[in-house]
Design a protein around this ligand. Structure first.
Ligand code: ADP
Ligand code: LRH
Length: 481
């Protein structure tokens, strides 16, 4: 029988990759990263942008490799899916030209004037969209720019939608990425003029919302010749939002709130999968968004994540992360942590100085050298995870059995260990590539190769996951203030 394989194009804020997933007999699924390429915010004429043309060119390289790998191993590449970071967008005009470059949320303006001028109350916007006001939200930035009062034949596409458009020539979006905009309803996957008109955005410019797992179509002839792939490869609309792809295993209708979910990458997302949105005033004040998941609602607190460490590394000329982490591995937890989501850490610019200043304010003057900085960052990220877990428990009223940490940060042993110690909940860490695995799993389910995306995750072997018990209080000696 034909052995069908699926490719995930996973665009993260710190790197992009193309991952090939193949069914591997009784052993479940095997994942091969066929291509990885760096990504970062760059500055163009004073504006923070993503070099999407470069990222797309790298994507084509990766897809070519995915095709070649399939051919040499006797698989047929049956599907391609794309996911990326949230909120950023482009406009495609009537001639199919995308407005480039895509601006990065890192340069988002102060949203206060837009919020003050909006005819809907802060509470109504939250009740409708499930998304609290945050400078990065598509809705608030579009409004600040006043560029989309009339559609003029233009269609708004989020980053994964732009990839799907370039690959297939078809416009559209999916509920997961669209929900990061604050323009989609939380209770049903539809844009509403109530939300768009409140921020002066034409509802006509918003793309059609297609279900997660729907077929988009074959590659354009241009994409075929750039990748060497044929017309038999189907592009699927997956969970375009990387966070939703990473949590594609969590199905609240099957599992209830069994675990607290943490996605640990450039951002930290902490929360739970729910059967329906939770838009209470308490949820809003605690900073939780209700985003559409691959199924159900993802109630998530957006925290600044490993961005802080990434920017320090960039400033230090990219020293080896593993050896830096090794040098803080056995240091005791210092409860004098700083607020990782402090607004001064948000933008690009010198990070070490900003971290040192916040540490001094927290009564933790750091000695010279990088080790103390890394120590303070990891301790502070773990304290933020613990606080997000407490908030999740308070909001849902459920005492979860464990915490699941996915994403690149699940490889950070100290971070995972501290999270278990500070919360008293066991941590399951991994898979680090949950996002790409989710994007493969959604295709496999849509294509009938598995009955639920969770099956693909359930079949992962121990190489993908590590267990941290709560009894290990080796690092936490004093309880944080
Ligand atoms: P994004 O999708 O936002 O680009 P990732 O999920 O790829 O983020 O996570 C990137 C982060 O993962 C890096 O900032 C780094 O701190 C962490 N990471 C990656 N590999 C390792 C490793 N081997 N050990 C510890 N941390 C790692
Ligand atoms: C994480 C993420 C997160 C936010 C941010 C912009 O990669 O998608 O969920 O939406 O990026």
């Amino acid at each position: 029988p034909e052995r069908r394989a699926y490719a995930a194009v996973d665009l993260g804020a710190s790197s992009g990759r193309v991952v090939l997933g193949v069914p591997d007999g009784d052993a479940g699924w095997r994942f091969t990263e066929v291509h990885r390429f760096a990504n970062e915010v760059s500055e163009m004429e004073g504006v923070d942008v993503w070099d999407v043309e470069h990222l797309y060119a790298e994507t084509l390289v990766g897809l070519r490799r995915a095709g070649a790998t399939c051919e040499s191993e006797g698989y047929r590449l049956a599907g391609i899916g794309v996911d990326s970071w949230g909120v950023d967008w482009t406009l495609v005009d009537a001639d199919g030209r995308a407005e480039l470059p895509v601006r990065s949320y890192r340069g988002a303006p102060d949203p206060a004037p837009v919020v003050a001028g909006r005819p809907l109350s802060v509470e109504s916007v939250y009740a409708l969209s499930g998304i609290p006001d945050h400078a990065i939200n598509t809705a608030l930035r579009l409004s600040a720019e006043s560029t989309l009062g009339t559609a003029d034949g233009r269609t708004l596409l989020f980053v994964p939608d732009l990839w799907v458009y370039w690959l297939t020539g078809k416009t559209g979006t999916d509920p997961t990425i669209a929900s990061t905009s604050q323009l989609l309803r939380a209770d049903t996957p539809a844009f509403t003029p109530e939300l768009s008109s409140a921020v002066g955005v034409s509802n006509d410019a918003l793309p059609r919302v297609h279900a997660v797992g729907s077929v988009v179509g074959p590659l354009t002839s241009e994409a075929r010749s750039a990748t060497g792939l044929g017309a038999e490869v189907t592009v699927f609309r997956c969970a375009g939002h990387d966070t939703a792809a990473a949590f594609a295993f969590a199905d609240p209708s099957r599992d209830g709130v069994a675990e607290v979910l943490i996605s640990s990458g450039t951002w930290s997302l902490v929360g739970a999968a729910l059967a329906a949105p939770l838009t209470t005033e308490e949820a809003r004040l605690r900073g939780f968004s209700n985003e559409h998941g691959a199924t159900g609602t993802l109630l998530l607190q957006n925290q600044t994540g490993l961005w802080i460490l990434q920017e320090c590394l960039r400033e230090w000329g990219s020293p080896d992360l593993a050896s830096l982490l090794e040098s803080v591995q056995r240091l005791p937890f210092d409860p004098r942590t700083f607020t990782t989501s402090a607004p001064e850490l948000f933008g690009t610019g010198p990070m070490e100085t900003r971290v040192r200043a916040l540490c001094i304010a927290a009564g933790r003057a750091l000695p010279n050298g990088r080790v103390s900085v890394v120590h303070a960052i990891i301790d502070s990220l773990a304290a933020a995870y613990a606080s997000g877990v407490r908030d999740t428990v308070a909001l849902t009223g459920v005492q979860p059995a464990r915490i699941r940490i996915v994403g690149g940060g699940s490889r950070n042993d100290r971070l995972c260990r501290l999270t278990a110690e500070l919360t008293g909940l066991p941590v399951i860490a991994g898979p680090a590539e949950a996002t790409a695995i989710g994007t493969v799993a959604i295709q496999a389910a849509a294509d009938g190769a598995v009955s639920h995306p969770a099956e693909v995750f359930d079949a992962l072997d121990d190489a993908h996951v590590r267990h941290y018990p709560t009894t290990d209080t080796a690092l936490v000696k004093e309880t944080p203030a």
